[in-house]
Design a protein around this ligand. Structure first.
Ligand code: ADP
Ligand code: MG
Length: 667
């Protein structure tokens, strides 16, 4: 190892207060400092952000970070600012003026981090400014989005190659938590790596015990873990209604629980999240809308009430347990008909081509975009409201929009919290007359004018809480009065909401010009099936250590059994049982016990005997060979011991007895 680079340790201490790096972080940072293009593969929560943040703080210059999720972008910017680091973000949720200001600060100011949503790269405002910035590093988060081979392909990521041409000599650091070999190659190719260079950290989580329960009594299993494992937990559900039902059920059973999903208002969601974060409520029952950017180290269990669409999602959600390194549990519940139900639902996300076009038209009409209009504009788009009004299934609409996105027509961002906005639609004079006439409205209007500039010319973000504090009204009263002003046509008012933004990459096309490439459609569908197949295989697996299955899926090289998942534990137990039953029970005569008990297949026992013949005598090793549910293995061993066919040696190994019964395998 080269001598340690004090600059990066100094930055780590000074800005983050940490003293050491996690495995591979330092290597990635050194590569970035040395100007080497690097692809870093690290699990979610592994600490990817520091790998571009530390080198940037250790020297001059600005880091451009490309990332598709607005919520995470905002989160990162907030965290950096909280540490006194200057950071800005540009995304489709901002007005052109806000974007101009942010970009100017990157050219003239002392901004260290510029977060950019990929669809903004092509805009004039960005392209003209970026060449004048003093860029030291280009970080590409969620880098797998650049690959057509990946499920999350985003055409706007391909623009990064052009950006690199504008920034000669600036190294790229690509980051992702999921990339097959093919995707990794593709990332390096499309990002124009000078030479291939991959650094990977392990996906193993040694303190996390994975398990799967096949059951028709999911509630019973859920209660069991919630009662047996103290501390905070998360239960992931597939539907919004499900979260409320299960939270109710848990509360009725005396377990403090709350529900969380995207359909709740902003205030309600923050409140529930806060209660859970502070440990006032033990269990959070949520849809997958919950958890991003949440950093609670002492989550003791994550239960999945049903399978995810992919192992990527499963690993990420389950991985929210045990961040503090202490023992934690990740339990997946599976019922017999889950698989078919989920497959049917997933198939619905691939509407026929004609229906995709139909949805495109209806979305455009819903947003009042005429043919030939809308290019480069962004719109608040609440998919659930749209679906309710148009009587469409949200999965189908989401699927159609994804396909339209992959064909370059639009970009749908993640849901994000949007503050309330207002715009005065009367002149100052008219407003003055109103204030005189309605003295109940006067304090509020005065406060608005004092706190927010520019409300006469454009929609301004306001904070209802802040208005309440300054005007002396309660927040509820503020909202009522704002609604009243809106009804009086004094202001236009958009209450705070949580909504994704739909960005039109191109103007609205007439239906006949809309082209959805069949390859993208079929390819995406195939990828969806393959991803779900891996999820099923994980759930159905009864042989292999669960942690190893996940590590292998994420491209890990050599793996070793974790020793703490249900499969490893059952294996250990079976081995112990095998040893103990021999010590405890008097040996019966071979013919006293029938060799075949119940309806257990006889060939398992034969196969165990075969192992012994091959010299495999360690019960754990035999268990690994058997590839069967651990309970069945334990039973088979017990029968062999009971019948006197085998015995255990003092070293804990198994051996054939000399007078083994006639049922020995035919050779
Ligand atoms: P990722 O982007 O890989 O999902 P993040 O960059 O968000 O992960 O980091 C996850 C958490 O790990 C953050 O809270 C971060 O502060 C913490 N972290 C990262 N590196 C270190 C380190 N070297 N020492 C202590 N904490 C770290
Ligand atoms: Mg990250």
């Amino acid at each position: 190892m080269e001598p340690r680079d004090e600059r990066i340790y100094e930055a780590l201490r000074r800005w983050w207060g940490f003293t050491s790096f996690r495995p591979v972080q330092e290597e990635i940072i050194r590569a970035a400092m040395a100007g080497r293009d690097t692809l870093a593969l690290m699990p979610t929560g592994g600490g990817k952000s520091l790998t571009y943040q530390v080198p940037t703080m250790a020297r001059e210059g600005l880091c451009i970070v490309i990332t598709p999720l607005i919520a995470l972008m905002k989160d990162q910017v907030d965290r950096l600012r909280a540490r006194g680091i200057s950071a800005v973000a540009i995304h489709s949720g901002l007005s052109p003026r806000q974007i101009d200001i942010a970009l100017d600060n990157c050219v003239y100011g002392d901004v260290k981090f510029l977060y950019v949503a990929p669809e903004r790269l092509a805009t004039e405002a960005f392209r003209l400014r970026v060449v004048r910035m003093n860029v030291s590093l280009l970080a590409v988060d969620e880098a797998h989005c650049i690959s057509q081979w990946g499920y999350d392909f985003r055409p706007s990521y391909l623009r990064i190659a052009e950006l690199r041409e504008r920034l000669p000599g600036v190294p790229v650091l690509a980051l992702t938590a999921s990339a097959t070999e093919l995707v990794a190659e593709d990332i390096m190719h499309h990002l124009k790596f000078a030479e291939p260079h991959i650094l990977r950290s392990s996906f193993a989580r040694p303190n996390l015990s994975y398990s799967v329960r096949h059951t028709d009594d999911k509630n019973g299993q859920l209660l069991r873990i919630a009662r047996n494992v103290p501390g905070s937990g998360i239960v992931y559900m597939r539907t919004r209604e499900g979260t409320e039902q299960i939270a109710d059920m848990l509360r009725q059973e005396g377990i403090p629980a709350t529900a969380y999903h995207g359909g709740l208002g902003y205030a309600e969601r923050s409140l529930r999240q806060e209660e859970w974060l502070q440990g006032k409520v033990r269990v959070m029952v949520a849809t997958n809308a919950f958890g991003m950017g949440i950093d609670k180290p002492d989550v003791r269990f994550v239960v999945h009430y049903a399978m995810c669409d992919s192992l990527e999602s499963y690993y990420q959600e389950a991985g929210r347990a045990g961040r503090d390194g202490k023992r934690a549990y990740a339990l997946l519940l599976v019922a017999a008909d889950d698989r078919d139900r989920i497959v049917r639902r997933l198939e619905k996300e691939f509407p026929p081509l004609e229906q995709i076009k139909e949805i495109y038209e209806r979305v455009c009409s819903y947003l009042n975009i005429g043919i030939g209009d809308g290019g480069g504009a962004s719109f608040l788009f609440n998919i659930h409201e749209f679906c309710a009004r148009e009587h469409l299934y949200s999965g189908t609409v989401a699927g159609a929009l994804k396909l339209l996105q992959q064909n370059g027509y639009l970009t749908l961002t993640d849901a994000q919290d949007n503050p309330a906005r207002i715009l005065f639609c009367v002149s100052r004079d008219e407003l003055y007359r109103l204030r005189v006439k309605r003295d109940d409205l006067d304090p509020l209007i005065r406060t608005i004018l004092r706190l927010y500039n520019g409300v006469f010319t454009e929609f301004r973000a306001i904070d209802e809480g802040e208005l309440a504090a300054w005007s002396g009204y309660t927040p509820e009263r503020v909202r009522e009065l704002l609604k009243l002003l809106w009804q009086l046509r004094v202001i236009r008012y958009i209450p705070s909401n949580r909504s994704p933004i739909l960005f039109m990459n191109e103007e609205r096309l007439p239906r006949k010009d809309l082209y959805i490439a069949p390859e993208t459609y079929l390819h995406r569908q195939q990828l969806m099936r393959e991803r779900f197949d891996h999820m099923i295989a994980y759930a159905m697996n009864e042989e292999r250590c669960r942690s190893e299955v996940l590590e292998t899926y994420f491209g890990g090289g050599e793996t070793t059994p974790c020793g703490v998942c249900d499969i490893c534990l059952a294996r250990k137990k079976a081995a112990r049982l095998a040893v103990r039953s021999d010590e405890a029970k008097p040996r019966r005569s071979p013919d006293a016990t029938p060799h075949r008990v119940g309806n257990a297949p006889v060939d398992l026992e034969s196969r165990i005997l075969e192992c012994l013949e091959r010299g495999i005598t360690d019960p754990r090793q035999i268990a690994a060979e058997m590839a069967c549910p651990p309970e069945r293995y334990a039973e088979a061993i017990r029968r062999l011991l009971d019948s006197g066919t085998v015995r255990t040696t003092s070293g804990g190994r198994l051996e054939r007895t000399a007078e083994g019964p006639a049922a020995a395998p035919a050779k």
